[in-house]
Design a protein around this ligand. Structure first.
Ligand code: PMP
Length: 584
């Protein structure tokens, strides 16, 4: 096979064959917790077809060398592949010419690049940058930082209850101080397809530049930046079935030419001397250092794959999935869909509010049945605040998902909601009741808990144990749910309040609460280990070893592990303070 031999047939299939497509994605054919995987977390990252995996493997096995300036065959082949990748990605978004297509690490880096170069040149004190309420943090924070630096102001276009942008407000907002509008093509949290053509036309009428965050649009919609006439368009490779760590920035050449470099170093220069350095031509001016060559090749293979199937076919299939999923999920009593815009793409966000159930619990329970969704704020905290919610559960669809998978999602969700019980609120007349110790020391408590965990193989049963003990968590009075008692870096809202047991110098006890049942279970587990125990024993106990022994380490997602570590750190920090004081 030569360097460029991995291509797909140019003939588009006459009809959309989802089973054939599924056959191209090796990762989909596995079981999770004993159930067939139903992968509905595509808005976070899409899976990779064999064509992408093979292209990367083939490159590393046959063609890898550093690109540009190489005089040997491998470097020439790698350079040719990298250049060819750029042409494919350029065509993918309709960029008129190669100089306008810059490879970046992803959408985030592309936005930072524009904010820190174009933004720095064009935004000055008193100027305004317009964003919208539904932006991803990646399209908020770079602009916020720019505005801080430049003493400029952020303005935010509000959204309706359906999750649609208020264009009337945008129109009123634009004024001579407005310099840039940065807006998502498709909302990652709600699925709203924004009327970006209208926004671009409106902005240009007033001499305002526009950056489009296309991270969620490129997997689903045909994009033509020339037709859109936007000033910048960004997207990430991993959401279009390509590898992580690669993405692209399109910019109009007149902007790119005038923008200062983002990063400096090798490859982005034309000539370097200690007295003076000049920049390379476009697009290399913005690609300092050895680029992600394999990433670009993988992304090109992904683009080829999408083209071979056809964006229209993909969009029609995903639309059918979204419509059906919306109908099924909306029919489940107690579930509310968040984001009901007329134009949507591939994202179904919802909350369970009767009885109230945290998104984290919904996601964790779906995972036990093999259904992978995302929960939380989806990097859109301002948008969650707009809707007065902590987060949502989000199912997002890709070309390889099926109607049967939507049925699994809806049936499982129906079962989960039907089994949800309203939380029993135990009245303590405002008096906190701290739990009694369950054993003489943490190790003894750990051995008792481990006995149960050792006896059952099934993670679902262990999970249920945590839910059960979480259900009996000692109530925490509302007055103790203060900001200092809030545990940071958790996926749900968690409070902990520790004290030394009255009448003792070093016996520790604590109250805790969370809106997620699974987290309440973890907190109850920690109470069993630590409450009523001496600070020194708490510090000496090998909690990490215990977590590994009972398999909690293996079964918790990295996000949950972080939250649990924070809770443990709180108790240990307090125990450390108490131990120090009592040893004086
Ligand atoms: N914008 C939107 C709308 C997104 O959904 C994402 C990814 N969730 C990003 C930007 C950031 O993309 P990346 O993390 O790949 O840079």
């Amino acid at each position: 096979m030569n360097a460029t031999s991995i291509t797909l047939p140019k003939m588009k299939p006459a009809s959309f064959d989802v089973e054939r497509i599924r056959g191209d994605f090796p990762i989909l054919h596995q079981q999770v917790h004993g159930k067939p995987l139903v992968y509905l977390d595509n808005a976070a990252s899409a899976q990779k077809p064999r064509a992408v995996i093979d292209a990367i493997k083939h490159y590393y096995e046959n063609d890898h060398a550093n690109i540009h300036r190489g005089v040997h065959a491998l470097s020439e082949r790698a350079t040719a592949l990298y250049d060819e990748a750029r042409i494919k990605v350029q065509k993918f978004i309709g960029a008129p010419c190669l100089r306008e297509l810059i490879f970046t690490r992803g959408a985030t880096e592309a936005i930072n690049l524009v904010a820190q170069t174009f933004g720095r040149v064009h935004v000055h004190a008193g100027d305004e940058v317009i964003l919208t309420a539904l932006e991803h943090h990646s399209n908020i924070v770079p602009w916020q930082v720019l505005c801080w630096e430049k003493h400029a102001h952020l303005r935010v276009v509000p959204v309706t209850d359906a999750g649609e942008l208020r264009l009337d407000e945008l129109e009123k907002m634009i004024n001579p101080a407005t310099k840039i509008i940065a807006v998502a093509h498709v909302s990652n949290a709600l699925g709203t397809v924004n009327p970006i053509q209208k926004i671009i036309d409106l902005a240009h009428k007033h001499g305002v530049y526009v950056l489009i965050d296309g991270a969620q649009a490129t997997p689903h919609l045909a994009v033509d930046v020339r037709e859109l006439d936007c000033d910048f368009y960004v997207f990430s490779g991993h959401k279009v079935y390509g590898p992580t760590g690669i993405g692209a920035l399109y910019g109009k050449p007149q902007h790119l030419e005038l923008m200062p470099p983002y990063q400096t170093g090798g490859d982005m220069i034309s000539y370097v001397s200690f007295a003076k350095t000049t920049w390379n031509e476009l697009p290399y001016k913005f690609e300092a250092g050895t680029p992600n060559i394999a990433g670009a090749i993988g992304l090109a293979a992904a683009v080829d794959y999408i083209d071979a199937i056809g964006k229209d076919m993909i969009a029609a299939h995903e639309h059918k999935l979204l419509e059906y999923a919306t109908e099924r999920v909306a029919a489940i009593p107690g579930v509310r869909i968040i984001g009901t815009a007329k134009e949507k793409a591939s994202v179904l966000s919802f909350i369970v509010n009767d009885p109230p159930m945290s998104a984290l619990d919904v996601g964790t329970r779906l995972d036990l049945d093999g259904v992978a969704i995302r929960t939380g704020h989806h990097c859109c905290q301002p948008l969650m605040e707009r809707f007065g919610i902590a987060g949502t559960a989000r199912a997002s669809f890709a070309m390889y998902n099926t109607i049967e998978e939507v049925d699994v999602l809806a049936d499982t969700l129906e079962k989960i909601v039907a089994s949800a019980r309203p939380r029993v609120v135990v009245s303590t007349n405002g008096q906190p009741i701290y739990p009694e110790p369950v054993a003489d020391n943490p190790q003894q408590a750990a051995d008792e808990i481990a006995e149960f965990f050792d006896a059952v193989d099934d993670w679902a049963e262990k999970y249920q144990y945590l839910i059960d003990i979480g259900g009996k968590l000692a109530p925490m009075p509302e007055v103790l749910k203060t900001e200092p008692n809030r545990v940071k870096r958790c996926q749900s809202t968690v409070f902990m309040h520790a004290r030394t047991r009255p009448g003792t110098a070093d016996v520790i006890e604590f109250l805790a609460d969370s809106d997620a049942d699974i987290v309440r279970g973890e907190l109850a587990l920690l109470q069993k280990l630590y409450c009523g125990q001496r600070a020194a024993e708490i510090l000496a106990f090998d909690i990490q070893g215990f977590m590994e022994r009972i398999g909690l380490e293996r079964n918790l997602s990295p996000g949950r592990r972080t939250g649990l570590s924070e809770m443990i750190a709180r108790v240990k920090h307090y125990a450390g303070q108490v131990a120090q004081k009592s040893s004086k």
